[in-house]
Design a binder for this molecule. Sequence first.
Ligand code: DAH
Length: 343
Amino acid sequence: MTDSGGVQDKLSSLLSEALSEITSADDANVLQLLKSKYAGRKGLIASLLKELPGLAPDNRGAVGEAINNAKEAIEAALESRSAALAADRAKASLAKERLDVTLPGRFIQPGRLHPITQVMNEVEDIFLGLGFDIAEGPQVELDRYNFASLNIPKNHPARDMQDTFYFSDDLLLRTHTSPVQIRVMESVKPPIRAIAPGAVFRRDSDITHTPMFHQLEGFMVDTNISFANLKSVLMDFLRQLFGEVGIRIRPSFFPFVEPGAEVDITCVICSGNGCRVCKETGWLEILGCGMIHPNVFKAVNYDPEEYTGFAFGLGIERIAMLKYGIDDIRLFYENDLRFLRQF
Ligand code: DAH
């Protein structure tokens, strides 16, 4: 017959050993092993239970109950240790993934339109509002369109005025947007009301000239177009662009118009009082214009007795410089973000 005291002793040393191993276990796999070592079907508790039948019948109940209590205590300890380990793991991963929402973000610099594009868009929008269509022509142009059809024959001094980039005798980089007039008139019949914005090229470089710059050509052709129409369109345009400025029209010469004129506005820098920008005159030259020359109409097979029209051309960089008070045209093309971000 087994001694019940011996079983009790084994039980209490097994219990204290189990509890100490469980509390010092530091990962879930170790706990799993301890669970089968003590509380498993073939564990140490199970083998103690096998000793019950050898005890005196009177003792079996008390010893059995003690063994069951011990088993429950071990299972509870396993469970609470496992919960504690899980909590530790969660805490550790939270600490590792900590996100400080008060840190300043990384600023992404947004792109924006170049100031020349902005001014071009603004000028186009004004003319679209006045009922003009937008026309385009090539930057690599034929002599015929850039000069000959615009009443600028070979050896005409006007060709010197516009120092030209030539590819060959007939092929060049257009020096102005006026050739688009010819291309449009060749392809449609009046009435025409169009603008032609775009890049133009001249062999020129200083604080008011770059080899590439932008112009906008405008023209209107119909049976009864007069200088009064030209004047009203230009006044409307200039007042939308610059506000209530004074406007002055001076006679001038361009081979493709007759009469030709230049338009000045009161200086936007000094309001007409005289300053460095307007060379103390109080006026700024802003565009060239005139009534389309009969020779230009003949070049596109329009009857100059039937049709009249006006044309004008302006420089976009010049307008941008006046609008924003910029004194060196080259700033537009140096790609210096400190400059470009101001617009
Ligand atoms: N094409 C001229 C230039 O580049 C500008 C110009 C002047 C255009 C008078 C016109 C005009 O249409 O009528 O300097």
